[in-house]
Structure formats: C-alpha cells, structure tokens
Design a protein around this ligand. Structure first.
Ligand SMILES: C[S@@+](CC[C@H](N)C(=O)[O-])C[C@H]1O[C@@H](n2cnc3c(N)ncnc32)[C@H](O)[C@@H]1O
Length: 190
C-alpha cells in the first residue's frame, strides 16, 4: 500500500500544485487546539503543513508526518522555528511511540490509525479528526469509498474514555476544487 500511496500523492501534487499552496488551518483545529494543556503535537498526514504551521505559530512542538517528499519539502521551506520535526514515513506502518497533548488528522482517512492515535494521546489531550463524508451531493463521485466516512461515523471511535467536545458535518472550504461533505470531531481524553 505504502509505495502505491507515495506514487499516488506525488502524482497528485505534480498535477495539482495548487494543493501545496499556503492555506488556512482547519477551522476545527483553530477552535480546539488550546483545549489541551501541553504543547506537544502530532500532525498525521500533514501535507504541506497548514495545521502544523498554525500550531508552530502558537508555540507547539510538532511531529509532522507524511509520505510525500514533495509536500514535506514545501513544509520545510515554510517553517520558522526549530519546533517542527518533519518525519517522512508511511502511516500504514508508522509506530507512534511518543505521547502527545494534541493529535491532528485532517483530510486523510485511515480508521485503524484513529485507534492507534487514541493510544498516543495523553490524559487531558485533545484529538481533532476531520475527513470527507459520503454524500449524494458530493461533486467528486469517483472517490474511493474506503476514504470516505459514513454520516455520523466518527463519534463511534470515541465511545469510551473520551469527552466529545464537538462533532459536526459541514460543506468543505470554498478553495477546494470539488464541493464535498466533510465531518470533524474534537475529543478530549479522560
Ligand atoms: C489531502 S492531504 C491532507 C494534508 C493535510 N492534512 C491537510 O489537511 O491539509 C493527504 C496527505 O496524506 C498523505 N498520505 C497519503 N497516504 C499516506 C501514507 N500511507 N502515509 C503517510 N502519509 C500519507 C499524502 O501525502 C497527503 O499529503
């Protein structure tokens, strides 16, 4: 899977370089990043790092993980401090061996990874998961269903040991190419 993911994303970034443009952070991250008490963050599938760069500005130390060298190179050029640790890795096999105050996973759906990330969250830590949702009105109809959430699915991952701060389904940001339904959940670990 990993090699396939790497090739797919390198091609995607080559064909759509605008995906690497500077973009605002996720609204859910902006709303909930400060609900944790520490400053150690993990950004899973960080891409060019819109959320990592926001957290850097807010004083966090961030481990930023992605499989695309192209995206990570762009991120490296935008970092302003020594607080961002860029990790080139395949999240299918990446082992999360540290504990974090804040874990972000935006626009990348791997259900098994949500469970691994839950384990890596400190007590009192916050996790934000945001991804695309299956919807009849989605403009991009050829998305792999494995990469789309079902409506109302995300809270099911956090039934025990977490306080759900917010779950929300919404239409994606206007700068995206296709209009797509999304969902986010922000949770706090007991
Ligand atoms: C849609 S982008 C999301 C980027 C960022 N999280 C954001 O919200 O702007 C998805 C990212 O997932 C990364 N990715 C895909 N498969 C991966 C894998 N197996 N391991 C690590 N990263 C992967 C891609 O390289 C890409 O940068």
């Amino acid at each position: 899977m990993s090699q396939k993911d790497r090739i797919k994303w390198e091609n995607k970034y080559k064909e759509n370089p605008d995906l690497l443009n500077e973009r605002p952070p996720s609204g859910a991250v902006v709303k909930y990043f400060d609900k944790c008490s520490g400053n150690m963050a993990l950004d899973l599938a960080c891409g060019a790092g819109r959320n990592t760069l926001f957290l850097e500005e807010k004083g966090f130390y961030i481990d930023a993980v992605d499989i695309s060298e192209t995206a990570l190179k762009i991120l490296a050029g935008r970092i302003k401090s020594g607080r961002v640790n860029i990790i080139s890795a395949d999240l299918d096999s990446f082992s999360i061996d540290k504990k974090y105050d804040l874990i972000i996973k935006c626009n990348y759906l791997d259900r098994e990874l949500i469970n691994r990330a839950k384990e890596a969250l400190k007590s009192g830590g916050v996790m934000v998961v945001e991804s695309y949702v299956e919807d009849d009105e989605n403009q991009k109809r050829d998305s792999n269903p494995a990469f789309l959430l079902n409506k109302g699915e995300l809270p099911g991952f956090f039934k025990r040991g977490f306080e759900i701060l917010e779950y929300n389904e919404f239409w994606n940001e206007s700068y995206e190419k296709y209009r797509m339904k999304k969902a986010f959940i922000a949770v706090k670990k007991n």
